[in-house]
Design a protein around this ligand. Sequence first.
Ligand SMILES: Cc1cc2nc3c(=O)[nH]c(=O)nc-3n(C[C@H](O)[C@H](O)[C@H](O)COP(=O)(O)O)c2cc1C
Length: 132
Amino acid sequence: MFAPSAVNSRPWEFYVTDKDEVKQKLMQAHPACKMLETASVAIIVCGRPDLQPGRGFWPQDCGAAIENLLLQAADLGYGTCWCGCYPAEPRASLVKEALGCENIPVAIVAVGVPDEAPAAKGFYDENRVHFI
Ligand SMILES: Cc1cc2nc3c(=O)[nH]c(=O)nc-3n(C[C@H](O)[C@H](O)[C@H](O)COP(=O)(O)O)c2cc1C
């Protein structure tokens, strides 16, 4: 929640669960989060466009919060996977239904104790950096 957000509106809500029945519901709603089968916890980051009327920056704000969450988890020794929801349909609506909330799921973050320590992959591509 320390992430920057447009006009400091902090347009997010976090739903946290370690319950198997909730994780099962999420796996039914989202086609690519099967790692929840073994992950300890799922954190669903949802957007609150109502806190940011007429601006529409809330998906970016939630993205910043999600990335912070991933970095903090890594610092604490946990492994994570960002499983995107909004704007992909029907998964965003189905995850919302599974949570029974009025907010818009931006991502399910699976959090667990990693069983491997892959080397950094190094995706840096200098051709994508443009000095103008
Ligand atoms: C917006 C977004 C949506 C993603 N959705 C999924 C997903 O639904 N399921 C999944 O397994 N990984 C998902 N990922 C993770 C990416 O596949 C992963 O970050 C990418 O393959 C690079 O791997 P790395 O993060 O381990 O370096 C998503 C990542 C982002 C940023």
